[in-house]
Design a binder for this molecule. Structure first.
Ligand SMILES: NC(=O)c1ccc[n+]([C@@H]2O[C@H](COP(=O)([O-])OP(=O)(O)OC[C@H]3O[C@@H](n4cnc5c(N)ncnc54)[C@H](OP(=O)(O)O)[C@@H]3O)[C@@H](O)[C@H]2O)c1
Length: 228
């Protein structure tokens, strides 16, 4: 988990808290993995039990979702991505998303997901929006499919309609990042598939405040502060 004091030249870590970075990545690239990438991997692979050819639904084009698109595509899954921004939908298609839905144009975006999946829904949905949109995610996920509850961008509470959850037999699972074994398996996968993180901007240590300002405005990909 993020802890105060991470932005430092030197720190003492217990060996159990360190994971070998993928060989194909620079330190800047590897620094983007511990939360967004790992959460996406664990949600889809360990919890969602994703199989070749299955469908993953990701919401928005934030850090978790971009990694989920790259990982799911390399895994051989079909990826449906949503965004409020058509330009970002084009960008995620270049990263491996098969279909894009603008959730502003289609506020009932779950209906579009059902249209794209012959009425069945996605096998695994990575829920980053939270709030009452959870009901839409359940509707957009196939019967007995998995909704991995990762985020709470629109709200930390929800008014959950229980009957669709019950009749669709949805597996709703809370996610709190992932265990280290999952991180090690993910790093092997990233290495074998030569996947590179999407980085929006790298800031120098002395420009750390600008990096946080950029973060608060939003980015496409990760923002890194590089320690010399
Ligand atoms: N549980 C865990 O272990 C864990 C781990 C990592 C992150 N999280 C949480 O997961 C969430 C996502 O994290 P992140 O780092 O990916 O965030 P982020 O990079 O800040 O994501 C921002 C993007 O989310 C999208 N978004 C916002 N509201 C949305 C909505 N109503 N529907 C669909 N997409 C929406 C927007 O995409 P567009 O601009 O394309 O519309 C926005 O650009 C956050 O709540 C974070 O705290 C939890």
């Amino acid at each position: 988990m993020p802890l105060p004091g991470g932005l430092a030249d030197y720190m003492i870590l217990h060996e159990e808290s360190a994971v070998k970075a993928p060989d194909n990545m620079t330190d800047v690239e590897a620094s983007t993995l511990p939360i967004a990438a790992l959460t996406a991997w664990y949600s889809m692979i360990d919890i969602g039990n994703l199989k070749l050819g299955q469908t993953v639904l990701v919401q928005g084009t934030g850090g978790v979702s971009i990694f989920a698109i790259q990982l799911a595509h390399a895994y051989g899954a079909r990826v449906i991505a949503t965004s409020s921004n058509d330009l970002n939908l084009e960008k995620v298609k270049a990263l491996g998303a098969d279909e894009g839905i603008n959730y502003k144009t289609y506020p009932n975006w779950e209906e579009q997901v059902l249209k794209l999946t012959d009425g069945k829904g996605a096998d695994v949905t990575i829920e980053v929006a939270g709030g009452n949109g959870l009901n839409q995610s359940i509707a957009a996920t196939k019967v007995t499919g998995t909704v991995a509850q990762v985020g709470f961008l629109t709200g930390q509470t929800t008014q959950l309609n229980l009957m669709p959850l019950i009749f669709r037999q949805t597996k709703l699972r809370g996610i709190a990042v992932a265990p280290r074994v999952a991180f090690e398996r993910m790093n092997d996968f990233l290495n074998v598939n030569q996947i590179k993180p999407v980085i929006d901007h790298v800031y120098k240590f002395e420009d750390a405040i600008a990096a946080f300002e950029h973060l608060s405005k939003g980015a496409f990909g990760k923002i890194v502060i590089q320690i010399s």
